[in-house]
Structure formats: C-alpha cells, structure tokens
Design a protein around this ligand. Structure first.
Ligand SMILES: [Mg+2]
Length: 474
C-alpha cells in the first residue's frame, strides 16, 4: 500500500436533491425527496433537510411520505444530473488519467498517477482546490476523502459529509477503523452484517480479534480473507479508469403483481422500446442486453446476453430481451421488470439497477446475430406528461417547473436558478401556452477569458429571453 494519502474519493452531497434545490429557489433549505413517485417507488436521494425526518435513499416512497408529508416530491431529471456529472468528471480527469466513476456523483481519483499530489500537504491542497472548482463550475458542493487506499478514502468522504474534506494520515488507519461498525467495510451488507453479529462481531476491532481463521470459518475462504485484510486497513485495490457502469436501463414496478405470462412478455417489449429510445436519445448504442425481474417474493434475477457488436435497434433489443425472459420462471407473479443495455461507448446515467447491486448477475453469454444497421425513423410521440419537478416554459410567463398535476390541471412555479422564489399558477393540462422545457444551467454561462466560446445549451428557440449585454455570436 502506498504511504501517502493520494487516493481521492469525491461524493457530491445529496446530489439529485441538491441539484433540484439549486435550480428551484423556492426549495432551498426545504425537505426535498427525489425518486419514483408511484406506489412502489423508492427514494433516490433525500436532501439533508428531509433526512432529519428519517428519510433516506432506497426507502419506499410511501414510507418517506409518512415521515415527511410536507417535503417536495420530485421525479428525477437524469439528463440534467448527467450534464452536471460530466462537468464534475471533467474536473477530476484534469487531475489524473486514473478516474474511476462509481456513479453519476461519485468517483475515485489516483492523484499520484496524475502528478497532482505526492504527500499529505499536496493531497489536501488538491482536495481543497477541487471542491472550490466544483462549486464554481456546477454551483454545487461535494465532499472529499483522501487516504492511502480506496476503502479509507471512501470512509473519509463519508465522514466529511456534507460539504467537507477529511484526510486520513497514513499510520492512523487502524486506530480509526477499530471502533467502526463492520458494516463500514466494503462487501459487508445487511446479511453478512447479521451473520457476524450473531457470532458476536459488530466492530472492526472485533474482526481483528476474532482472527483470520474464524473469519474464513464464518464467511468462507474468499470473503473471510478479504474482510480480514480490510479490517487491518490493507486494501491494495488500484483505481481503475473506465470501470464505470456503462448502461442505459429502464424499469417499472407494478402496483399489482403480474401473473399472466403473456402480459409479462408485452411489458418486457415495451420496456425494451423505452430503453432504446433512451439509448438513442443519448446518442449511444450497446452490446449487452440485460433483463431484470423481481418476483413476488422480492427475489431479483438479472439475465444478460452479449451481442457481437453494439446495437440501438429496437427489434434486436426486443428479441434479446424476449429470449432472456424465456429463461426466467415467473409463476407466482412479477412485481418489477427492467431492460437495460450496457457495454456502451460513453457512460450514462446512474445505474437504475442499483437495487440489484451486490447480487451477482447471472449472465448467460449466448451470442446473437447482429442485423445490419437499419434505423426505422423512430417517431416518438411527445407525451405531455407533467412530471413533478420537470421544467416547462409558458409563452408569456417564462420558465418554471411542474409542482404538481391532477384532475386536468397542472400547477407551475415560475422561477429560475438565479431568480427569487417564484409564484405559482395553475393551468389546464392541455393549455397551448405551456410546453416542456430544457433545464437551465445552474451557473450562468459567462464568456471565459480567451475567446469566450459561449456554450449554447440545447434547443435554442427563436424567442430567447434577452439576457444582459453581449451579442451571441454564431
Ligand atoms: Mg452522493
């Protein structure tokens, strides 16, 4: 293990919720919950104000609503979060070629490999600067952990949250780890945690006291060895670039379990189509098709099939998904289905299959023929579904976001990232003056020092709001 704290772990603070608060002035300082809003949706991120009520990620949305009935409940805007993520990852890649993203808002960076740091002082300075740069570029805060290993860097960033920096000096690792819960160690989930607790082991010190043989006896050879080494702060895992989850996926949770096999098949086809739309929307194609099935008893299976080459053809994805479904027993009912495409050229939104993390995907590596590149003109009907939290534009009132909808009405709050908290107006859902809009940047795009290439963000309509001075050059 290296002897300088030059592995950096960055984790944006309550990322989705913070991004929403930054773009919606009326939500700043308020409890905000982002996630699936259906009856079986789960919380993706809760703002720190919502966490006070006990709301946390992966919690069923219904439970969150009971705990924090007055919080703002918003559906995620992944394209928006991804644009911010790209800015953050670019700052990390400026520090080192070895950047290992773990999700949209989290990554390891090997500072030594990039020459950005070589000892405690230079590492701390780099971390401080990075946090400042992230704030300046994105308008958001992230927390930084610095240590001599990945495991400890991640523990450090957790301790730094929110909006802080923690550096673990080499030599202090054992003392720091000792009193912490075994659950702090990577690879110790609820099941392993329970198993260890029944054996009287709850802290990392107790793992060390129990000894390696006992760990191997309790957890098996590979897991026991690995965990014992981690408890001694031995973690040699290198930072690996391009390890990110490269997938685009969609999934649906059903209010009532689906029993009809035919219906399950149709749902899978529908999800495959949706997944391809998203894939194409991001300008991507992928090689591996993944099917996820959660059954009535919450057992979750993933099946995958890798094609000879990348595709974004809906027919190919549909067929592969159907083949994968053939190998899954759905008697008893299905509560969730998902279709994903991975093996992409560029990394995409946070893995929506995160709930299956920790379960080892049971991949079936059959090969399928890849058809010629035919692209039927995908005419996707623009459904005006007014989803809470999403951006809209009103012909005369300007930019706002959907606060809620129902009974043929949609409520819009008119505000922008740099405005005062805005006013609320209600419209008929089919009001012709109201249309979906792209998110506004959180940090005003200023002409930069040299040349000042103004970045034009998405669909600039003919009627642009005249902002301040400066002609927009073409
Ligand atoms: Mg985070």
């Amino acid at each position: 293990m290296r002897n300088a704290p030059t592995i950096l772990h960055l984790d944006m603070d309550a990322f989705f919720a913070q991004a929403e608060q930054a773009s919606k002035p009326s939500l700043r300082g308020k409890a905000v919950v982002v996630g699936g809003l259906g009856p079986r949706g789960v919380v993706a991120t809760a703002s720190y104000e919502a966490r006070v009520f006990g709301v946390h990620s992966a919690m069923p949305m219904a439970q969150a609503r009971r705990l924090a009935p007055n919080a703002a409940y918003l559906t995620p805007r992944f394209t928006f979060y991804r644009a911010i993520s790209d800015q953050v990852m670019a700052l990390l890649r400026a520090l080192s070629p070895l950047v290992e993203p773990l999700s949209l808002d989290e990554a390891f960076v090997d500072l030594e490999a990039g020459g950005a740091a070589w000892d405690s002082d230079s590492a701390r300075l780099t971390g401080v600067r990075l946090r400042t740069d992230i704030r300046a570029v994105t308008g958001l805060t992230g927390s930084v952990g610095l240590a001599a290993s990945k495991m400890l860097a991640k523990i450090a960033s957790e301790q730094a949250k929110p909006n802080g920096l923690v550096l673990i000096e080499p030599g202090t690792e054992r003392a720091l780890l000792g009193p912490l819960s075994v659950r702090t160690l990577p690879g110790v989930g609820p099941a392993t945690g329970d198993h260890l607790r029944r054996a009287g082991i709850t802290t990392i010190d107790e793992i060390v006291e129990a000894g390696e043989d006992e760990l191997v006896r309790l957890l098996g050879k590979a897991h026991g060895h690995g965990l014992y080494a981690m408890a001694l702060a031995r973690d040699e895992r290198p930072v690996v670039a391009e390890r990110e989850t490269k997938s685009v996926s969609v999934e649906d949770t059903y209010d009532v379990d689906i029993h009809d096999r035919l219906r399950v098949g149709l749902e899978v086809q529908r999800l495959a189509d949706r997944c391809v739309r998203r894939l194409r929307g991001a300008g991507l194609s992928g090689r591996t098709i993944v099917l996820k099935v959660r059954r009535y008893d919450f057992s979750t299976l993933t099946r995958s099939e890798t094609l000879r080459g990348p595709t974004d053809d809906p027919a190919v994805v549909r067929e592969a998904a159907a083949r994968l479904l053939d190998s899954v027993d759905t008697t008893g009912g299905v509560r969730l289905l998902g279709v994903g495409v991975s093996g992409l050229a560029d990394y995409t939104q946070e893995d929506l299959f995160a709930q299956a993390a920790g379960e080892h995907p049971l991949g079936s590596e059959e090969e399928a023929a890849v058809p010629e590149e035919t692209r039927p003109a995908a005419s996707v009907p623009a459904e005006h579904s007014w989803r809470p939290g999403h951006d809209v534009r009103h012909a005369s009132l300007g930019h706002g976001w959907v606060q809620g909808s129902g009974l043929g009405r949609v409520t819009v709050r008119f505000e922008t990232p740099d405005s005062e908290p805005g006013r609320v107006r209600t419209f008929r859902v089919d009001d012709p003056d109201l249309e979906p809009a792209d998110p506004l940047p959180l940090v005003p795009v200023r002409p930069s020092g040299e040349g000042g290439a103004a970045r034009a963000d998405g669909g600039a309509g003919p009627e642009q709001t005249g902002v301040g001075s400066g002609a927009v050059g073409g």
